[in-house]
Each structure stands twice: as C-alpha cells, then as structure tokens.
Design a protein. Structure first.
Lengths: 626, 175
C-alpha cells in the first residue's frame, strides 16, 4: 500500500529533486486533485479518466466506505448512510444549517459541530471529509508514484475560523501534510493571472455547490494582493436545486416525501438545473415510491424567476467587498467566474450587468481552483524555477473580537486585515481581589455577541489579588498565514505570568484526532506505531534538507564552531532517523531546531537588508574586498 | 535589522510624515517577499516561527504608515507624545459645536435618503481633512512642534470618524 512505503535510509530524496506536491479543491459537490507536471498544472483523473470526484461518502454497516461515483449511486437507495455536501456541516452547529428538514440524516448535536449517525457509527463532518481527502491522496500517490511532501487545500474565502480549523483537521486525519489553507478565489486568481499575465484589479465571483465568495484582488507583477473579500458560506448551487425542488412540490401538489423519494427528486432537480444551462426547457420526471408520477417541464424564464432572490443575495456581498476595497464597479478590469454554478446563464447575465462587462469564463470553472492550488503547492514545496515566483497577500474575511460588558463585541482584528496579523488589547479587573477573568472570543461583524459566532471561551486564572482596575490583562490575537487564530492572555503588572493559548472550540484536540486516526486505521489494518514513526522520519528528513539548503546558501553567517555544531547535530539526527526510536528522533529534531534558531535569525536579517538596500550591499562588499 | 526596529527603520525610510507612498508600497512588498510564511512552508520550525513574526510585523508597519492619521499618531508616539493620555483633555467648545452641526447635517441627509447631499458632505469634509494633514506635515517634519501637532491630530481623529459615518450612511442608502 502506497501509504506505508518506508524508504530505505539510503534512498531518501536528493535535495534538489522535484518534490511531489498537490492542490486539493475540497468542494461541496465535487472535489479535485491537481499537481504541476513539467511546469504545467493538471488535474489528476481516476482510473476511468474522470477528474471530478463527487464529494459523497457511503458508509456500510461493517465500517467500510465508498467515496465518489460509487457512493453517489447509493444516494437514493440508502440516503441516511450516504453523506452528500458534507462541507455544509464543517464547523457548524445544527441551528446554522439551512434546510435541515429536507435532509435525510440523523443529526446529533455536539459541542461546536454537528455529528451524523450512520450505520457505521457516529461520524463527525471532519471524518467524512477526511474520507474524501484520503481518496484523492491515494489517487495522487498512484499517479505520481511517490511520497507527497504536502498539499494545499482550498477553503472558501468566507469560511470562518471554525470551518478552516475543521478543514485542516480533516486533512491531518487523512494523513496529509498541509502546506497551506488557500482561499478558493485566490487560488483561481493564481491559475487565471499566471495564465494570462494579467495586471490590474480583478473580481473573482465564486459560486460553488454550497458556498459563495467574492474577492477583489490587485494583480501586479508577481504580487497577488487581496484587497477585500466577502460572501456567504451557506449559499451555493445546492440552493438552486432546492428552489427547483420546492417548485416541483408546489406544482405537483406533492405530499411530504420519504427520504428516498426526496433524494431522488433532488437529483432530478440538479440535472434539470444543469440541463437548463444549455437548453431552453428541462423535463423533470420522477416515479415516486407510491407509484405516483411527477412529470413537469421547467423553462429558463421560470427558473430565472424562482432563483432571482438567490442571485441578488450574492450581489449584496459583492457591493460590500467593493466598498471595503474603496472601489466602484467601473474600477474592475475583469471578473473571473469560478464554480460550476456560474454556468447558469442568469448568473452570468446578472454579474455582467452589475460590472457592465462580459465575465471571463475561459478557464473551466470546475477546475480552476484545483489548478491554482496545485500551482501554489508547487511553489510552497520549493520547486521554484527562476521566473516562476510570486507573492500572495491574503486577508481574513471576518472581524475577530472579544465579549465585553453588556454582551457587546469589541473588535480586535478588523475584517480584511492582511495575514499573518497580530493585535493585542488590554483589559482590567472590575472587582477587588478578582483572581480570574473569563475570555470569550468571537468572529463576525455585528455589535451584539449573540449575533456573532462564538469561537472559544477560556479563563485566565492566577491573577494576583489587587484592587479593581489595577490588573493589566493583555489579550493577544495571532492569525497565521492559514487564517487560523490563536489567542493568548497574560497579566502584565506582576511578576506572575499566566498565559494560555486556545484553539477554537470547534477544532478537535490532538487526542481526538489521534483517536480518530486509530479508529480509521483499525479498520484499514494499518499499524499506528509504524505510521507515527514514518511521520517522524519524514519530518526529520524535511528538517535536515531545509537546514542543509540554508547552510549551502549562508554558511558565511556562522562561525566555524557554530557551523561544526550544526553539521554534527544534523549527522546525529540523520543516524537516529534511520533507526526506529521515534522518541529520540523527536528529541533530536528539537535539538536541531534549537541549534539553528540564531542562524535563522541572521538569515532573515540578511535577506531583508539585502532587498532594501539593493545594490548597496554589493557595493560595500566590493569595497571591503578591495 | 531587529524585529523591534521602528516601522520607518523596518522599511529603511526616513522618519517623516511626508512619505513617498509608492516607495512604501514597493518596500513593503520587497520585505514581504523575503519574510512571508509562504517562503518557509518547507523550512525549519525556527524559520517558520520567525517568518510569521516578521510578516506580522511588516503588515502592522505597512498599515500604520500607509494611513495618514495612523502615521501621524505613530510619529507622535515615537517623539514621546502620548495621545491616549492627552486625549482626556476637553476639546475647545467651538470645535465641538462645529462637530455637532456636521453630525446633524449627516443625520438629516441619512434620514431623508439624500444621496447627493451625503456625497457633498463627504467631499467637503475630505478636502478639509486633507488640508489639515498638510498642516500636520508642516508641524511634524519642519517646525517639529509636537504639541501643536498633537492638538491637530486629536481633531483629525474626530473628523476621520465623521467621514466614516458619512460613508456608512452612503453605504446604507446603496443597499
């Protein structure tokens, strides 16, 4: 099995070999995997030549699964155990999910995120998504014939912290090294911009199966700068299917349907939607389990009419994103259409009317995100060739804040801040002798806490007793390049330091992930220990490679003694990594990390100085030489 | 270069209010191109940690220097004039009176849905604000009169907030 090919020590990849990296578009309806081969991004197909993998997972009673086309066949037969559009449930509570009543699943309310009861047991949306990711990982490994260094996974730009965290957890569960979570419209812009050598300000209108994003990007030579982003993480092509579904129920005066009938009808509605992109009229014929026959015809005009409100729902965030960027519709040089749902003619017309220009549809809207993700993965993996270099500056979609007195939100980091970003805010105690403080982290734009999404609650304890208002509690928010938040709190005035770093409550703890990994592996009859050892070995290899590359470039920044110490530490780690003592490998990786800290500092310093002073550095050097 | 270097030093720009903004843009991008976490996705832990700190710092520096109000406040802070502490002092009555009149005009236009009037108010205020920034530049860069600059900056904080409210009113009319 490709997952467990343990390389012989001597066979490890040479430092400058092409590294295998993939981009994955984990979609609501379909998912894709792409890679860069001989400088060109391509989608990888399954054995039957199909690039799209339907995002459907079917659970059998014995715990085995089918994913994709095979699972899709079971939709109408076994709807309860066939999970479709799981992306809608990622990082979401039951009350957040639209049309729960028309879904055939047994939902279980769990803290932070719903779970689904299947015949194979209770499944978290993270686990279901991991099944999809695993299938794509296997497909990529088979096609590329080697070990992957990592993957870029795309998420809707409008995904909040909980949804991003859930996606990253799913990737970890699938055994993928996540190089970056990348926003879908940004990925599309990379695929589009690099292909067309575009310059100027572009809008990316991305209507997927279950999510809507709008991003305004400035493209200049080698820089993709997201100016603003907006959207609706619960609006997509699925909703258009649902409108047709409701129309059919109303027209056919149908009684409440069984889950099987409902799923079957929903599939027919989706087919009708797709058919209407190229035809003036679509037939909808279904024989219900009661024997009753539904036979209707939907024309383009009626379809446009019943979906009109959905389309205007997408234009509100478009207006807001433009305002946030300080721009008007006329300032936009081009509008890139992404997502299968943008094939609907009424959407192309509405977007064209709004921006007063023909939208750009020259790249396949289903593939463009995966292709961009693969391109970025290739860059992040270090497969850089001179001219292929660019910088991506992305933003967070929603403001991050804290609860203050009276249930109000205090914004700490405003939406559309370029990431990574950090901001600190100071608070104080309001009672004499208060020794603890509750901290409630939220995300959203509204003033009332109740209208924002609650991300995490934690308590800072051990504040020394003081009079009210004397303590100074500094709460620091840090958002990393994946758009993920960590929060730390610290009391400043005394020598006593208490700090805590939290992960949003929607995220799974490392223990939970370990537990899930164990469960999934028990089924696959994999050996958890072998896998953990393999992971440590790969990580050690990666670290050695990165350090050696740094030494090759910048050894002159080290004294002879420092250089000798680092190379000795590398040699030791290399030897240990060839063995099977996982604990020792981890300890020695920490050692190497410690030994190279100062070196990393000096390298960073040098690179900044060099870029800012440009030729000046060379001049000085030449002067010294002479 | 140290992480704790001031924002001007970080981009090797002269410490002044009158700043070449396109130079700031290009230096910001140059620095980010070196330190951004995407450059170290495959680096060592130490490199990744440092990279996040530097990229965070570069973003903060850029955001502060790009906006004139933030830039002015930052220059005053560097010169040892704490705006927070001094903002407790009352503003002159005539300035506050003027503010109330502005606010009433904005509220009336908002209620009446008068898009044209709001645009007009926006433009008037914008040009008033711009000329005040010219004064601030003179005080900070030439006269080095930080006390006077502090007073101007405090007024500008009010005016920028008012401008934001006008834009907000315009936005609510558009929706």
């Amino acid at each position: 099995m490709a997952l467990f090919q343990i390389a012989e020590p001597g066979e490890s990849a040479a430092p400058h070999e092409h590294k295998l990296a993939i981009g994955i578009d984990l979609g609501t309806t379909n998912s894709l995997v792409a890679t860069v081969r001989s400088g060109i991004a391509i989608c990888l197909s399954d054995e039957q030549g199909r690039p799209l993998l339907p995002s459907v997972v079917h659970y059998h009673a014995d715990g085995s699964t089918e994913v994709g086309h095979d699972a899709q066949k079971n939709q109408a037969v076994d709807p309860k155990n066939t999970i479709v559009s799981v992306k809608r449930f990622m990082g979401r509570g039951q009350k957040d999910i639209a049309h729960v009543e028309s879904m055939p699943y047994d939902f279980i309310e769990a803290p932070g995120m719903v779970k689904l009861k299947t015949q194979a047991g209770i499944k978290s949306p993270v686990e279901v998504s991991a099944e999809i990711l695993k299938t794509l990982k296997l497909r990529a490994e088979a096609a590329l014939g080697g070990e992957l260094v990592g993957a870029v996974i795309t998420v809707p730009a409008y995904f909040d912290d909980a949804q991003r965290q859930a996606t990253k957890d799913a990737a970890r569960l699938a055994g993928l090294n996540v190089l970056r979570l990348l926003n879908e419209p940004t990925a599309a812009a990379i695929a589009y911009g690099l292909d067309n050598a575009a310059e100027g300000v572009y809008a990316v209108y991305d209507l997927g199966g279950g999510t809507f994003d709008i991003s305004i990007l400035k493209l200049t030579k080698g820089v993709f700068e997201v100016m603003s982003t907006g959207g609706d993480s619960a609006l997509g092509g699925d909703d258009f299917d649902h409108r047709i579904f409701c129309w059919v129920i109303e027209q056919g005066k149908l009684q409440p349907l069984s889950p099987q009938d409902a799923r079957l009808l929903m599939m027919r509605c989706r087919e009708a939607k797709e058919y209407l992109s190229k035809n003036p009229e679509a037939p909808i014929t279904v024989r219900l389990s009661s024997g009753e026959m539904v036979d209707l015809k939907l024309d383009v005009a009626t379809f446009a009419d019943i979906t009109q409100t959905l389309i205007s729902k997408t234009l509100q965030p478009v207006k807001k994103a433009l305002r946030d960027a300080g721009l008007r519709a006329d300032d936009i040089k081009g509008v890139v259409m992404v997502g299968g749902a943008t094939r609907m003619p009424q959407i192309q017309k509405a977007v064209g009317d709004f921006f007063r220009q023909e939208p750009l549809t020259n790249l396949d809207p289903d593939k463009v995100v995966a292709l961009g993700a693969a391109t970025q993965a290739n860059l992040l993996a270090g497969n850089k060739t001179g001219k292929d270099d660019w910088l991506l500056l992305d933003v967070i979609p929603l403001s991050l804040g804290l609860e203050t007195m009276g249930g109000l939100t205090e914004k700490v980091i405003p939406r559309n801040s370029t990431i990574p970003t950090a901001r600190a805010q100071e608070f104080t105690t309001f009672k004499d002798g208060q020794t603890a403080m509750a901290i409630h982290v939220v995300q959203g734009e509204r003033e009332m806490i109740a209208d924002c999404r609650s991300l995490a609650r934690f308590e800072l304890r051990g504040i020394p007793p003081m009079v009210a208002g004397a303590a100074r509690i500094r709460v620091t928010f840090q958002v990393d390049a994946d758009g993920l938040l960590s929060v730390a709190a610290r009391e400043q005035t005394t020598g006593v330091e208490s700090s805590i770093t939290v992960k949003p409550s929607y995220g799974l703890s490392d223990d939970e992930i370990a537990g899930m990994l164990k469960d999934s592996m028990a089924h696959a009859k994999d050996d958890a220990m072998a896998r953990a050892l393999k992971e440590a070995q790969v990580e050690a290899e990666r670290m050695i490679e990165a350090t050696e590359a740094a030494l090759a470039e910048d050894a002159h920044l080290l004294s002879a003694a420092e250089f000798a110490k680092i190379t000795a530490t590398i040699a030791k780690l290399r030897e240990t990594a060839a063995g099977d003592n996982r604990r020792l490998i981890n300890i020695e990786m920490d050692d190497l990390g410690f030994e190279t800290q100062e070196f990393a500092h000096r390298r960073m310093d040098q690179s900044i100085k060099k870029v800012l002073s440009g030729r000046k550095v060379d001049d000085i050097k030449m002067g010294e030489d002479a | 270069m140290e992480l704790s270097a001031d924002f001007f030093a970080l981009f090797e720009l002269p410490r002044a209010f009158r700043l070449n903004l396109s130079e700031l843009d290009s230096r910001y991008r140059d620095v980010q191109a070196q330190v951004h976490p995407d450059r170290f996705a495959n680096g060592t832990d130490a490199e990744r940690r440092l990279s996040m700190q530097w990229a965070t710092r570069a973003n903060e520096a850029y955001l502060t220097l790009k906006k004139p109000l933030e830039r002015a406040k930052y220059l005053l802070e560097l010169a040892g004039h704490d705006l927070q502490a001094e903002s407790n002092t009352a503003m002159p009555a005539d300035f506050l009176m003027e503010q109330m009149e502005w606010r009433e005009a904005v509220m009336d236009a908002r209620k009446g849905g008068d898009h044209h009037e709001l645009e007009h108010l926006h433009n008037r205020l914008r040009s008033d604000i711009n000329s005040r920034y010219d004064d601030v530049g003179e005080m900070l860069d030439v006269a080095k009169d930080y006390a006077a600059a502090t007073d101007r900056v405090r007024r500008l904080m009010f005016l920028e907030k008012l401008l934001y409210e006008i834009d907000d009113a315009l936005a609510s009319l558009e929706d």
